[in-house]
Design a protein around this ligand. Structure first.
Ligand code: AMP
Ligand code: TRP
Length: 333
């Protein structure tokens, strides 16, 4: 069955191995299944829900786009654009905001986490962010949305909004109810310094993550210094319990090699970590270095990146503005 795929990544710069394995690598795999139609969006309207420096934001939009392109997302196969170039997202979001209920938004755990203790001081945008995400998805009739585990709740909200719209206006199946595509395995890559924390761009220690722009030496060095423990690599998967750092490194290896963790354990069981880390470092360098080289090359030609975004936005605009027009007609404008 052919799928219509939509996904978005915030332009925050500093993309890392977690973003690659958890999101971008899947985007590429989905794109390369011929029957799929994919739309990948740099969600800059989402980014301003937190305070941004305008100059840095502009560069981050290009950097995230460069990471998409360097990882294999092909503008001839997929639509790549940044959200703020397509006004239908903001317009659709207003209308869907009148469908969504306060009670639904009040349950969103990401808002609670991001707003922190002083939620009175959080932007209103941060609160209604999941409605904008619903507009992103629903304006393209997306059937499937690849995201990390952390976005599951937002996707459920998109489904609720689509269903309520269809039923309120008696237009069955008008808004496509999207399915999440969440990888069960390796959907969370953990910090190299603490296997209980997600690898994250906001971690104070750069040694906790592999950035997509790291050099070969940086990658090898970070893997060498990654936390492990004193026991050898286990021979059974259930021996990984309570050894989150070991599980994470074996998971990274398995995922980059497109194999299951059992196969990786068979390959390395009984071996010591220095041997495993060397092989892992070689693999990460093999997969990530070409991407980082290409990102750096692409970023030297900003006009080229801007043109790709502009061309993508034209295609996106055609689809999204048509859907908003239909929505407006249904609601009586
Ligand atoms: P973010 O940079 O947090 O907006 O995330 C962009 C995409 O990368 C989302 O689909 C996340 O679910 C995914 N992602 C972020 N961090 C990780 C991680 N440590 N492991 C796996 N996926 C991640
Ligand atoms: N909220 C997502 C994140 O923070 C990004 C996002 C915005 C998105 N719109 C989307 C993801 C639509 C999937 C579909 O990671």
């Amino acid at each position: 069955m052919s799928k219509k795929i939509f996904s978005g990544v915030q332009p925050s710069g500093n993309l890392h191995l977690g973003n690659y394995i958890g999101a971008i690598k899947n985007f590429v795999d989905l794109q390369n299944q011929k029957e799929n139609q994919c739309v990948y969006c740099v969600v800059d309207l989402h980014a301003i829900t937190l305070k941004q420096d305008p100059k840095i934001l502009k560069d981050s939009i290009r950097e995230t786009t460069a990471a998409f392109l360097s990882s294999g997302i092909d503008p001839n196969k997929s639509i790549i654009f940044n959200q703020s170039l397509v006004p239908a997202h903001a317009e659709g979001s207003w209308i869907l905001g009148c469908i969504a209920r306060m009670g639904w938004l009040n349950r969103m755990t990401q808002f609670k986490e991001k707003a922190g203790k002083d939620k009175e001081k959080a932007s209103v945008g941060l609160y209604i962010y999941p409605i904008l995400m619903a507009a992103d998805i629903l304006l393209y009739d997306a059937t499937h949305v690849p995201v990390g585990e952390d976005q599951k709740q937002h996707l459920e909200l998109s489904r609720d909004i689509a269903q309520k719209f269809n039923s309120d206006f008696n237009v069955p199946n008008f808004l496509q109810v999207p399915e999440p595509l969440i990888k069960k395995k390796f959907s969370r890559i953990m910090s190299l310094k603490d296997g209980t924390k997600k690898m994250s761009k906001s971690d104070a220690s750069d040694l906790s993550r592999i950035n997509l722009t790291d050099t070969k030496d940086q990658i090898s060095n970070k893997i060498k210094k990654a936390k492990t423990d004193t026991m050898p690599i286990p021979s059974k998967i259930n021996e990984l319990e309570k050894r989150p750092e070991v599980e994470n490194l074996l998971g990274i290896y398995s995922s980059l090699n497109n194999q299951n963790i059992e196969k990786t354990i068979n390959e390395f069981s009984g071996k010591n970590f220095s041997d495993f880390k060397e092989t892992l470092a070689d693999l990460v360098v093999e997969k990530i270095s070409p991407i980082s080289k290409e990102i750096i090359k692409l970023l030297k030609n900003k006009d080229h990146i801007d043109l790709i975004l502009k061309n993508g936005a034209e295609k996106a605009n055609e689809e999204a503005s048509k859907k908003v027009k239909e929505i407006k007609k249904i609601i009586g404008f």
